[in-house]
Design a binder for this molecule. Structure first.
Ligand code: NAD
Length: 300
């Protein structure tokens, strides 16, 4: 396989995703502002880049997996960034979850330099990044998508083109709205059941086969009942996603009252020092208002 992939941003998600590219046989050049993870990947066979620009100079396809839009703008458009090194005809794929309007801005700047761009955020979290079974939602031109599809398939089990540049992140925001509101609704339901004296685990089992059953419920209810809020997906990242959803919604004159309510709850939880807990801890917002914790009732 002759293509070389550049990978920028080797955090919770980027590190296992780039490992899967190595496993699939791609040549890999990696870079992160923090040196530790690049060292681990070079031990596994990747080359180390000195900057985002250096990675782009040495790659046919550059992937970014960074926290938010300002980080993506810095790494791709900024000094020492990808666009200073990318060759015309190369492809930039931003897999970060960011505001779709920033994707469009970065995509337009790439196009001016003859560089193709896709936004391709993911859902599934660290376990699916490790397994290579992420759901990847892509925005961009169909022909560019087809050229990059095998690379994305090395990291995900579902790879879907949802529209032009920006559409990947609109889809991801839709995903994040559904997940956040689901967790908040689950929290209210389990707080009520616990206050009524029921065992929340039994309630979870009773409803999970019916219409209220969901992937969110199966993943998050056991964590809440076990009081295990180790991330997973951090509250501060979900707050960022809902903020981006509300910004995008405002620009399109769409009102999202439920999203707004959950985003405000996330802000309150961050102010309580819970920003680095798993987003299942959204439940603790309702718990505080009820003065009760969702857990199994004492035996006897
Ligand atoms: P993370 O904070 O663990 O990793 C981000 C990495 O980017 C860090 O290692 C950081 O040092 C690096 N970085 C920041 N700015 C940089 C720059 N200018 N140049 C080079 N490196 C830079 O975050 P993560 O959990 O891996 O998430 C990355 C993206 O994926 C976010 O947009 C997040 O919302 C999304 N996401 C995360 C999950 C999850 O479960 N963690 C799931 C789906 C999507």
């Amino acid at each position: 396989m002759s293509q070389t992939i550049g990978f920028i941003g080797l955090g919770i998600m980027g590190k296992p995703m780039s490992r899967n590219l190595l496993k699939a046989g791609y040549g890999l050049v990696v870079y992160d502002v923090v040196p530790g993870p690049a060292g681990e990947l070079s031990a596994a066979g990747a080359a180390r880049g000195g900057s985002a620009r250096d990675v782009a100079e040495r790659s046919d396809i550059v992937i970014a997996m960074l926290p938010d839009g300002p980080d993506v703008e810095r790494a791709i458009l900024g000094p020492g960034g990808v666009l200073e090194g990318a060759r015309p005809g190369s492809i930039v794929v931003d897999m970060s979850s960011i505001n779709p309007m920033v994707s469009q801005k970065v995509g337009a700047a790439c196009a001016e330099r003859g560089v193709a761009f896709l936004d391709a955020p993911v859902s599934g979290g660290e376990p699916k990044a490790v397994d290579g079974t992420l759901a990847i939602m892509v925005g961009g031109d169909a022909d560019v998508f087809e050229r990059v599809r095998p690379v994305l398939a090395a990291m995900g089990s579902s790879v879907v083109l949802t529209g032009p540049v920006g559409a990947g992140n609109v889809t991801k925001l839709a995903n994040q709205i559904m997940v956040a509101c689901n967790i908040a609704a689950m929290g209210e339901a389990l707080v009520l059941a616990t206050r009524a004296g029921l065992d929340p685990e039994v309630v979870f089992k009773a409803v999970s086969g019916g219409l209220a059953g969901s992937t969110v419920l199966n993943a998050k209810a056991p964590m809440v009942i076990a009081r295990n809020f180790k991330p997973g997906f951090r509250i501060r990242l979900h707050h960022k996603d809902l903020r981006n959803a509300l910004l995008a919604a405002e620009s399109m004159k769409v009102s999202l009252p439920l999203t707004s309510l959950v985003q405000q709850s996330l802000m309150a939880l961050m102010n309580e020092g819970k920003g680095d807990l798993d987003h299942s801890a959204i439940v603790t917002f309702t718990e505080r208002m009820a003065g009760i914790e969702v857990k199994k009732p004492p035996v006897g």
